[in-house]
Design a protein around this ligand. Sequence first.
Ligand SMILES: NC(=O)c1ccc[n+]([C@@H]2O[C@H](COP(=O)([O-])OP(=O)(O)OC[C@H]3O[C@@H](n4cnc5c(N)ncnc54)[C@H](OP(=O)(O)O)[C@@H]3O)[C@@H](O)[C@H]2O)c1
Length: 254
Amino acid sequence: MNKTVLITGATSGLGYDFVKLFAADQYNLVLAARNGDKLHEIQQQYPQLKVTVIRKDLSIPGAAKEVFDELQAKGITVDVLVNNAGFGLMGKFDELSITKQTEMIQVNITALTELTHYFLPQMKLRRSGQIMNVASTAAFQPGPLMAVYYATKAFVLSFSEALVEELKGTGVTVTTLCPGPTRTKFGETASVENTKMFSRAMDSAAVAKQGYKALLRGQRVVVTGSLNKAGTIAAKFLPRSLSAKAAKYIAGEK
Ligand SMILES: NC(=O)c1ccc[n+]([C@@H]2O[C@H](COP(=O)([O-])OP(=O)(O)OC[C@H]3O[C@@H](n4cnc5c(N)ncnc54)[C@H](OP(=O)(O)O)[C@@H]3O)[C@@H](O)[C@H]2O)c1
């Protein structure tokens, strides 16, 4: 029987590339995002698979529980959970909208945490399951001018690595994907397309493929791209004040 994957943020960028990878391996798909037209367009691309679409705004409190309840009601078992939906915002913390920034925390942190909480017990009972949480190289240092975004990704990495240890021997794996700048709609949404950090953005399909392979292996953390790997290693050894300065520098215009 085909396994089922739930992918949040499936309508664009990395999420859509994950859709293609899982579909190629005959997974049934549960796709969640806000853009209903795009979700249905993707659904129609895979008539040979069972594709369930859930139009949901994960920035609204309680949305993750609604996703879980809808799948329970439909009797759909989730074998693989890909917590991918997320967005960033560039600007000084006090000058950015607090509403948008709390929505970011809701999508990047709360929805991811809640979905993991709801689906994990069933995976443990089956002694089988795979979770991929999409963090970022932003997880490794403070990020002036994207302070909340970097902090949300630090949460994702810390939370996910803690779960790896909690879940030893349960048959459930947790993989954290840490992409660096990647060509998707993220750049436009976050207003970071013209920054130094985006001058070497990676191809989204390549990043998703590295994440997919790591997930299948049950790898703990994957940082995509050799330059990004070097950056995260440097961030581990540099004083936090210096790595924050470096992050501020690359957030500047090209
Ligand atoms: N691209 C990069 O440079 C980069 C680097 C590191 C990490 N990441 C992370 O990678 C993940 C995927 O981003 P991406 O680069 O593929 O960006 P993207 O092309 O903008 O895709 C973001 C996805 O998240 C969904 N989403 C956004 N807000 C949502 C909400 N409120 N409720 C439900 N779904 C929502 C979007 O769908 P709808 O608009 O249809 O809702 C879309 O499918 C994010 O977690 C991001 O932080 C990206």
